[in-house]
Design a protein around this ligand. Sequence first.
Ligand SMILES: Nc1ncnc2c1ncn2[C@@H]1O[C@H](COP(=O)(O)OP(=O)(O)OP(=O)(O)O)[C@@H](O)[C@H]1O
Length: 358
Amino acid sequence: MADINLSRITKSFGDYRAVNQVSLDIHDGEFVALLGPSGCGKTTLLRLLAGFEEPDQGVIALGGQAVADPVNGVMINPEARNLGIVFQSYALWPHMSVARNVGYPLEVRGLGRAEREAKIAEALSIVALEPYADRSPTELSGGQRQRVALARCLVMEPRAVLLDEPLANLDVHLRETMQQAFLDFHRRAGATMIYVTHDQAEAMAMADRIAVMDKGCIRQMAAPETLYREPADHMVAGFVGAGAVLPIGDVSMRGAGRCSVRLGDAAIHARICQKAASNMNELGLCLRPEDVWVDEAGTLRGSVEDCVYLGGRFRLQVRVGADQVLPVYATKRARIGETVGLVISDGWVFNRSEVEAA
Ligand SMILES: Nc1ncnc2c1ncn2[C@@H]1O[C@H](COP(=O)(O)OP(=O)(O)OP(=O)(O)O)[C@@H](O)[C@H]1O
């Protein structure tokens, strides 16, 4: 496995810049998710890494060796990069058994039978599919097929595994099971993994770090908890996690990294980013639902607009101002139109402007 470094990678299709000056350092053995809305350039970035696309500018290096560097005429072909790739479609051969599917790349490489069988057994054990070795892929569930595709990738001992929305075709329940299977796979194989998804819950559940992409750029790359608690800008704050992003009118500093923000009749004690702009028009307040709760003693008053039971708790939408609606978790059902008091225990003040954070 190897470090992966992308330095100022740009790729355009005609006049359209699909990937714009992206720099990214992925450590050996790390699980990184590329997360972003449809069309933001995730797949293009993965294809550039795999060698299916050539960058217009920038350098891609695997294990310290440049594999794409247009200025110096370097473009190593996909096979020579030795990267494992898993797509939504499993691309298994239906006429071959599971074991043969997994071992086929080794046959192509000319490995002897005994060595092949040992590697197949090891890979099937990592994805917990040993009992299915002799079956046809047509006799497997979607999740099992995806695990065969992973095992086939693993026998090649790739430098890294690239996954493009591998769970998109599976139902919700199976997706959760497979997330665990990917995590187990990652722990056992120690593989560097780069996982493309537009599903933030999926990225949060699995990745060591998440790169949030928008319009061809990386807006923020950080651990899931940091992205959630300390989003770098408006796009990340809104895209990652449920919550409200509000413009704010009044902030006063309260010491290192802390501030007080006025919201209606309430003063909220919040964390503030280091590089917060001095112009308040450029600041935003991100509130997560678990930091807001219904309490009759709360000075902030609002009207309940929606109440949904989530199993174990309710999620309310409470309007506290003309253009300010807060999602709030509550233990009791609330009536639509009811006025409730709210207490807010935490918030995050950040620059709303769209600066590239990478
Ligand atoms: N071969 C191509 N020719 C022209 N435009 C392309 C090509 N490949 C991608 N694009 C465009 O580049 C942009 C980024 O596409 P990409 O597939 O990387 O997005 P994505 O973030 O993976 O989206 P999704 O989540 O919908 O798969 C899109 O606007 C897409 O239409």
